[in-house]
Ligand binder design. Structure first.
Ligand code: FUC
Length: 773
């Protein structure tokens, strides 16, 4: 009998039965939901859940549910040292060639001697899939699939033969398991067969009658052997009916309801320690989770999610278009002319949801795909590209009130200060630490991919500045003391390696690149690109400020100040543009519409160039943006959005936002399309929406600086401003109606609305209000 049923269910699954859908389901009650009338067929339609570490993509199939699983430490390879032993000896020649203008030769020499070995870093990879075969066929009514952003739960529901079936899936940060709850509104109606599949080197077995186990070893990559053991477990907890295992499958029959607990772990402990015990970790979390009933698993999960998620409420207005399924809204947003301001609200809150779900204290930072990746060889290995992408991931964290989510980034920077110190010493003979344009789980820091991409020494410095941002939003002495050695080490590397440009006398990086953009002389390799001087101006300033606040390192303070004064200043070139390189090469660069806008770093995210402070340089930024064009790939559009928001052009910004939300850049599940999926565009877009409503980079709290006509009336609660403030805003007919500013530390709040400014003293823990008049 058992065998027969099993054979039947797999037969049913393999012929993928025709399912007819009827009777439209209404939109979900929770307006902050993504929802659809059909199951996902492709991965970019499936819905992501995550607790920062454990992720799943939920497909919501009727005959067969697929949960594609990730664990954020399952990467290829193991601890490795990629520094080329020939790099240090070659670098003096490279520098000389660059200063002689022999860029192609320099490029060639870097390729041969300086690049990392192996040339590429390790890949982030999938754990595999849980499949649940329900054997459903025939007519299905009222199908709906949704992702409730407020509860952080994915739901599937449908009616068959008068029975309503419901599935709920979430990844709990409290209990460290993915929970799948399957219910029906009539008893004894639930039956399915669960299996596990993986492209990894692993085997699947059944254990103890209620558990499936997937156990394996991670893969070798580019000559670096796999050093991790990993394991995933699916445990079935059932009310009513019965269950049995057969081979490596587990079948449930005639149950009233079922809870599946899914856990996964690897032996990763740190970038240099792989001695963990994934089996012990899984058994411990499963045992603890099994002691709780479903209601308390759900309640604890939701409470922890909402603690972060509910800090910000946004209302940009609504319209009839908001009632359509999410994929339909995305198709219509840019094309039909029908207003749907609530789609921007959903995109904003989805960005916050994705950050909460992919980066929590104790987890790995969000990588190029957050934590969601179904492949063994994902694009750019789904790692950490730090010449824009990882930084962009964290742009919304502070302003949209998710400061806790930055903890994994802080820890990664501290770890890079360790591996990057080895790179600094062995490649450059320098103190401090350096990371080039990428890193991975193993915190590799050497230049990779090729000179055009990898030969850029300023990635670690940019990342380290996020520690200062974290401090600036919530100044506190403990964090100041914690970040100082990291920032100091980043600066020391450049004190040791900056060289004098023979023509101009400025201190410059050499070799370097203006990330990924080729100049007119057959390479991207150069000395002193504008972005490097800009990042180093910020870095040296922050080191000086930290040391001063801490009352330490007087000599170093003087040294960084003196070095800072010798960096090349930003310049306006012949076209009126902000110059990308030391010399005015911009007009001759082969890709005039290149996606990177690295030299605009000074305007966003930095504040070295501002509209009122340095208007000439700001007009150079505008000119560069006009030349580069508004339309590019996902993250590149998101950067342009933030820059146009800082230029305080609400209409232009909104036009570019529409382009970001087009189906070519936003998939049906609202993942950003690079293409394929890359999460940075989601995060950059989220931050741009915040920048349209509030800017705090000049020392003022500027209200509604780039409000478009498409959002005439609305409100936002809980955005953060630098200096320890929180801001609630309301506007009507395109004008500020009311603002409340709260302060944790107390202090002076300088408020600006258009040309009007006021200064208000706020008591610690107190608040002030203004109506903009
Ligand atoms: C940078 C970009 C690419 C891509 C990659 C992950 O190299 O230039 O567009 O986003 O990172």
């Amino acid at each position: 009998m058992k065998k027969f049923l099993l054979a039947l269910s797999s037969l049913v699954a393999s012929v993928s039965p025709a399912i007819e859908y009827g009777g439209d389901a209404p939109p979900p009650e929770q307006p902050l939901s993504l929802w659809y009338k059909r199951p996902a067929e492709q991965w970019i339609e499936a819905l992501p859940v995550g607790n920062g570490r454990l992720g799943a993509m939920v497909f919501g199939g009727v005959a067969r549910e697929r949960l594609q699983l990730n664990e954020d430490t399952l990467w290829a390879g193991g601890p490795y040292d990629p520094v080329s032993p020939e790099a240090a000896a070659a670098l003096p020649d490279v520098r000389r060639l660059v200063f002689e203008g022999k860029y192609r030769e320099a490029d060639q020499l870097i390729s041969e001697k300086v690049m990392a070995r192996p040339l590429r870093q390790m890949a982030y990879q999938t754990v595999g899939d849980v499949h649940l075969d329900f054997g459903e066929v025939g007519a299905i009514e009222n199908y709906r699939r949704e992702l409730d952003l407020d509860a952080a739960v994915a739901r599937v529901s449908y009616v068959r033969d008068g029975v309503r079936f419901t599935r709920e899936v979430f990844s709990s940060p409290v209990d460290q398991v993915i929970v799948v709850r399957i219910t029906a509104d009539q008893p004894r109606r639930i039956g399915f067969t669960a299996t596990l599949q993986t492209p990894q080197r692993a085997s699947v077995s059944a254990e103890g009658g209620d558990t499936l186990v997937l156990a394996g070893v991670n893969s070798e990559y580019n000559g670096v052997a796999g050093a991790l053991r990993f394991e995933a477990r699916v445990r079935v907890v059932r009310e009513g009916g019965n269950q049995f295992t057969l081979g490596s499958s587990l079948t449930v029959q005639g149950a009233d309801s079922v809870t599946l607990l899914v856990s996964a772990a690897t032996s990763f402990r740190r970038f240099d320690d792989v001695s963990g015990d994934p089996t012990a970790a899984n058994l411990a979390v499963l045992e603890a989770a099994q002691k709780k009933d479903y209601a308390s698993l759900l309640a604890d999960h939701t409470a922890e999610h909402q603690r972060l998620f509910r800090r910000v409420a946004l209302d940009l207005g609504s319209s009839p278009a908001s009632a359509s399924p999410t994929d339909v809204r995305i198709r219509n947003f840019a094309t039909t002319g029908e207003p749907d301001p609530a789609l921007a609200t959903l995109y904003f809150q989805y960005g916050r949801y994705l950050l909460i779900s992919s980066s929590r204290p104790g987890t790995q930072p969000a990588n190029l795909q957050g934590i969601w990746n179904d492949s063994m060889s994902p694009p750019w290995q789904s790692k950490y590209t730090i010449n824009i992408n990882t930084e962009m991931n964290y742009w919304p964290a502070e302003p949209t009130n998710l400061a806790e989510c930055v903890e994994p980034l802080v820890r990664m920077v501290e770890e890079l200060a360790v591996t990057g110190a080895h790179t600094a010493k062995t490649m450059y003979g320098a103190r401090g630490w350096v990371v080039h344009h990428n890193t991975d789980l193993w915190r590799a820091a050497a230049p990779i991919d090729g000179p055009r991409w990898g030969m850029w020494p300023t990635g670690g410095a940019w990342l380290a500045l996020h520690l200062w941002d974290h401090y600036e939003y919530a100044p506190n002495p403990e964090f100041l003391a914690r970040m100082y050695p990291v920032l100091k080490g980043a600066a020391e590397f450049f004190l040791d390696t900056l060289v004098e440009d023979p023509k101009s006398g400025y201190l410059v990086t050499n070799p370097s690149t203006s990330p990924e953009n080729a100049h007119p002389f057959g390479s991207a390799v150069c000395a002193g690109p504008a972005m490097d001087s800009q990042i180093l101006r910020d870095l040296f300033l922050r080191v000086e400020q930290c040391a001063e606040l801490l009352g330490v390192d007087g000599e170093l303070r003087r040294q960084v100040a003196a070095t800072r004064a010798r960096l090349a200043p930003d310049k306006i070139g012949a076209q009126g543009q902000l110059q990308e390189w030391l010399e005015d090469w911009d007009a001759g660069a082969p890709e005039q519409d290149h996606r990177h806008v690295s030299h605009l770093y000074a305007f966003f995210p930095s504040n070295q160039i501002t509209l009122r402070g340095t208007p000439e340089l700001a007009s150079g930024v505008r000119k560069t943006l006009e030349t580069r064009g508004d339309f590019s790939t996902g993250w590149a559009i998101a950067w342009r959005l933030n820059l146009w928001a800082r230029l305080q052009d609400g209409e232009r910004t909104h036009r570019i936002l529409k382009a970001l939300l087009e189906p070519s850049r936003t998939y049906p599940n609202m993942f950003d399309a690079h293409p394929p999926f890359q999460i940075d565009g989601n995060f950059g877009g989220t931050n741009a929406i915040a920048e349209m409503l509030l800017q705090t980079h000049t020392g003022e709290i500027e209200l509604l600086p780039a409000l478009p006509a498409a959002w005439p009336t609305g409100s936002v609660r809980g955005l953060r401003a630098r200096g320890g403030f929180e801001v609630d805003l309301a506007w009507a007919d395109g004008k500020l109606a009311h603002v409340d500013v709260r302060s944790t530390l107390g202090g002076e709040a300088l408020l600006r609305y258009g040309d009007k400014t006021v200064s208000r003293e706020v008591a610690p823990g107190g608040a002030v209000s203004w109506d903009g008049r």
